[in-house]
Design a protein. Structure first.
Length: 226
């Protein structure tokens, strides 16, 4: 069995409900392969980078984007998929569809701090938006979430207000788009294999097997002879 780590870059947007479904399925797939070692990292993506920074009413936004009937059908499909993963998506009438740039900036800072569990932060951001119906574009919400994972709330608030590090995060988002990622979730495994969508755990686990086998073969070829 290979001892090499399988790296997974999770390209996602916190406003994307299927990204939360995909995250749950990814974790199930990882749990199905306890003999393998995994390392997750996060890459930002914005489904709607032109969303106003204050956001929009979520129901109105989806109605304008998809129309009443399609929005209803998509919601039913999503709720069904979420129920299968133990997710109960909120649907409050005053819920906000956010601009997620500041949330991605928060992840950018967490990635540079070894004392912060970035995976825990990502889950808290997803849950705040999709389960608690909070506006994750709001500084007060992001500041509280940052504190919950051990980040300095005062420092986070000051930097968010100032717009620190928004440009490098925008550059990361742009690179994801120009590299061919047109929808999320998107998983990049060992920087070589791309998987689009909230795939079932069994599908992901099968890809892990292929990647592990390829690692084993490469390792065997690199072994000295004699």
């Amino acid at each position: 069995m290979t001892s090499e780590v399988i790296t997974i870059e999770v390209v996602s947007d916190f406003a994307c409900p299927w990204c939360l479904v995909g995250l749950h399925r990814l974790r199930k797939a990882i749990a199905q392969r306890p003999a393998l070692d995994f390392e997750l990292s996060w890459q930002p993506f914005q489904l709607n980078p032109n969303m106003p920074r204050e956001g929009r009413n979520r129901r109105e936004y989806y109605r304008d984007k998809f129309g009443n009937e399609r929005a209803r059908t998509l919601r039913e499909t999503l709720n069904s998929a979420g129920a299968g993963e133990g997710i109960r998506f909120c649907d409050e009438p005053d819920a906000i569809a956010p601009n997620t740039l500041s949330a991605h900036v928060l992840m950018y800072w967490a990635a540079g701090d070894d004392n912060i569990d970035i995976n825990a932060l990502a889950e808290k951001l997803f849950n705040a938006h999709h389960i608690e119906c909070e506006n994750i574009g709001a500084i007060e919400v992001l500041t509280r979430v940052a504190g919950e994972v051990g980040m300095d709330e005062s420092g986070v608030r000051s930097k968010l207000v100032a717009g620190d590090d928004e440009d490098p995060v925008k550059e990361q988002i742009s690179r994801s788009a120009t590299s061919g990622v047109s929808g999320v979730p998107f998983f990049i495994i060992n920087r070589s294999y791309g998987i689009s969508g909230a795939q079932l755990p069994e599908t992901l686990a099968a890809v892990f097997d292929q990647v592990s086998s390829a690692q084993d073969q490469k390792s065997a070829l690199n072994q000295p002879v004699g």
